[in-house]
Design a protein around this ligand. Structure first.
Ligand SMILES: Cc1ncc(COP(=O)(O)O)c(C=O)c1O
Length: 211
């Protein structure tokens, strides 16, 4: 924290705000309470009574399909925890600092879907593969194994009556190009569409220029 002391000693520099952005896997309410409390403690410890804003960054959960993560906190629960601390810590301030949030994924993840067209089906030993004209890069550039929520749009009349297990793979030559693993549904046919949901964040913008 020597930076704060150094900045305070420079004429014409005013510390207007504190910013703490952390990405965690849990995205827990308690983590955001901790970040807020830590920033408030810095204000007290380093005597920054003219602080204008406290910025607790992004990384919170938005509306997440239950099949991806169960029991995620609501916006109200985050707000309750964070604002309780802000209100307590700055209760006696004449000019209370503004609370800033930088939500990214929580705002945009569920506003986009990706529609891929089936361009082929294969069977390799006992495994069935549905090949689409998209790639894992379009929907899961971080290659996690969890399947996104999927919908099927049939164009073909010859609907298979039996549900079976298949993988959905992309058009690239990469062995890891799996858009979904072990899906159990009626086998899609060429020209059907497969809709992958919840792809509004950290997806298309990550498309590599290769392939
Ligand atoms: C400084 C900062 N704020 C906010 C965000 C948004 O984070 P998220 O999409 O996890 O909410 C990021 C993402 O990298 C960031 O670097």
């Amino acid at each position: 924290m020597h930076v704060i002391n150094e900045l305070k000693n420079i004429k014409n520099i005013k510390i207007a705000g504190l910013h703490g952005h952390f990405s965690t896997n849990g995205r827990r309410v308690t983590t955001y309470a901790q970040i807020t409390q830590m920033l408030c403690n810095i204000v007290k410890e380093y005597q920054l009574p003219e602080i204008e804003y406290i910025d607790i960054g992004g990384g919170i959960y938005g509306e997440v399909p239950k099949s991806l993560v169960k029991n995620t906190p609501t916006f109200e629960e985050y707000a309750e925890a964070v604002c309780k601390i802000m209100n307590t810590e700055f209760n006696h301030y004449k000019n209370k600092p503004t609370l800033i949030l930088e939500p990214g994924i929580s705002m945009v993840a569920n506003v986009f879907v990706f529609a891929a067209k089936v361009i082929g089906t294969n069977k390799v030993r006992d495994h069935k593969f549905v090949v689409v004209d998209g790639s894992v890069h379009n929907i899961k550039p971080v290659f996690n194994k969890k399947n996104l929520p999927i919908k099927f749009l049939r164009q073909s009349s010859g609907i298979s009556r039996k549900k079976e297990s298949f993988n959905i793979v992309g058009y690239t030559c990469m062995e890891k190009d799996y858009l979904a693993h072990d899906v159990n549904w009626y086998l899609p046919q060429v020209n059907d569409f497969i809709i992958f949901e919840n792809v509004g964040a950290y997806t298309i913008v990550f498309n590599p220029p290769f392939i």
